[in-house]
Design a protein around this ligand. Structure first.
Ligand code: NAP
Length: 454
């Protein structure tokens, strides 16, 4: 039997787990051993700390990942940061293949004046906060104003808009962080205005997410019919079936009489943020009214009409996309915010980097839903298999220590999959008395204690 193929996956989100699952089925007659490292003691990336807590069905994909993790030739090293606790060269000398699956962990700035004022946030900050991500758990959002503004027309914009108006009774049944449940219960926000720089036909919402807004308890969804039709006046040959259905859903909202609900979400189109206004805190957002014109690539783009409006608000959340961050020593495409790659093969200055691959958002950018990563991972795995069969892999140095020994000698607080299972059981048990799926831990110290069985 040929020597086992040793593979390390950096990042334990959906892309990393799908890749690991595909790889564990073997490479020809060669067995595969997978080691997966993650910066956090907890696995599953955005499934744990990105997916909105009121979407438990989406999170149930972790059952697939749990099966992968239960495989005899799979090991998890949580609390291990690539570039700090372990370096690229150390992995290159221990594995045949490295798969980078680190996602897009940074937000994109709007690049407008006033963006640094208090009260101006990336939506990803709020998402990390309500999902109990340890890096965001201590943030404090001022929810004392009546109106919040969300910039962007993607699903993250809808997630944060919805979370800000969910009734406390709806939140209480979720795994939302306790600190967020408390803060949101005392929130004065009654209106969330969601701004799209282009029209309803160009929004990046998916249909179920847009439809769901209209099903929220005690929330009116407001769309101005005249504005909507005006924004649809320029025909868009690029509109796909999802976009067409979005338009129908939005027309439905525009026709709906107000239910007199205590909270509302207003969707406004053809509006671009120009400036956040305020002394030390945001007091208002100045926006430009746009019109649609044909862009260079044939798709419609927004250009300012010269008309402006001011929206009073103390809380502005930009939900205009994520961005990947470079990994120490790994070729990076700064323009795309991804690892430089072709079909997952990492591409350095001198061509393909033997044995190194990318998968998921750090490969293709922040697009698609969780399931999209399954197909994406398959593409990378197919390339890995072809390269492995042709012998284009790294040559591990048998004289160097195993990753486990290297990390044990180097740092405390490395969490194995059994440690995560202890955290998981603990969180679920905490949720049981109140019928919640889990009550998440937020502090790294507490996570490490529970993981160690203390
Ligand atoms: P997204 O889908 O790419 O949407 C980004 C939005 O920001 C677009 O409407 C874009 O408008 C707008 N935008 C970009 N730059 C802007 C600027 N400077 N000023 C104003 N608007 C600007 O990104 P996302 O919402 O972060 O979502 C990321 C991915 O995760 C998506 O694939 C999404 O579907 C997925 N996701 C899925 C779910 C779910 O399935 N429930 C939940 C959350 C996220 P233009 O089109 O004009 O560029």
């Amino acid at each position: 039997m040929a020597e086992s193929l040793r593979i390390v996956v950096v990042g334990s989100g959906p892309a990393g787990f799908y890749a690991a699952g595909h790889l564990l089925t073997g490479v020809g007659d060669r067995e595969v051993m997978i080691d997966m490292v993650d910066r956090l003691p907890t696995p599953f990336g955005l499934v744990r700390s990105g997916v909105a807590p009121d979407h438990p069905k989406i999170k149930s994909v972790t059952r697939v990942f749990e099966k992968t993790a239960a495989h005899a030739r799979f090991r998890f090293f949580g609390g291990v940061e690539f570039g700090r606790d372990v370096m690229r060269e150390e992995l290159r000398s221990r594995y045949h293949v490295i798969v980078y699956a680190t996602g897009s962990s940074a937000d994109r700035p709007m690049g407008i004046p006033g963006e640094g004022l208090a009260g101006s946030w990336a939506a990803t900050d709020l998402v990390g906060w309500y999902n109990a991500h340890p890096d965001y758990a201590d943030l404090e959002f001022d929810l004392s104003g009546e109106r919040a503004v969300v910039v962007g027309n993607g699903n993250v914009a809808l997630d944060v808009a919805r979370m800000l108006v969910l009734a406390p009774a709806e939140l209480a049944l979720t795994d939302t962080a306790d600190h967020a449940i408390d803060a949101l219960a005392g929130s004065a926000i009654r209106e969330v205005v969601v701004l799209g720089r282009r029209g309803p036909g160009q929004a990046a919402f998916t249909n179920p997410e847009l439809r769901e807004l209209g099903e929220l308890e005690d929330v009116d969804v407001v769309v101005d019919a005249e504005q909507l039709e005006a924004a649809l006046a320029v025909s868009d040959p690029d509109m796909n079936a999802t976009a067409k259905r979005n338009v129908e859903i939005l027309r439905g909202y525009a026709q709906r009489p107000s239910r007199g609900a205590s909270r509302r979400i207003e969707l406004r189109f053809l509006r671009s943020p120009l400036e956040l206004i305020g002394e030390r805190r945001v007091q208002a957002l100045l926006v430009a009214r746009n019109q649609l014109v044909e862009g260079d690539a044939g798709s419609l783009k927004a250009v300012a009409t010269g008309h402006r409006e001011t929206i009073e608000t103390g809380l502005v959340l930009r939900a205009i996309g994520y961005r990947g961050l470079p990994l120490a020593g790994v070729p990076f495409d700064g323009r795309r915010g991804t690892i430089a790659n072709e079909h997952g093969r990492v591409i350095g200055d001198d061509g393909p980097a033997v044995g190194e691959y990318a998968v998921g958002w750090i490969k293709r950018g922040p697009s698609g839903v969780i399931g999209t990563n399954k197909k994406d991972a398959q593409e990378t795995v197919d390339v890995i298999l072809a390269d492995a069969e042709a012998g284009r892999v790294l040559t591990p140095d048998l004289a160097v220590s195993d990753l486990q020994d290297l990390l044990t000698a180097r740092k405390n607080g490395v969490v194995g999959y059994d440690g995560w299972e202890r955290i998981d059981r603990h969180e679920r048990a905490r949720g049981e008395p109140t019928g919640r799926p889990r009550v998440k831990l937020t502090g790294l110290g507490e996570m490490l204690r529970i993981a160690a069985g203390e």
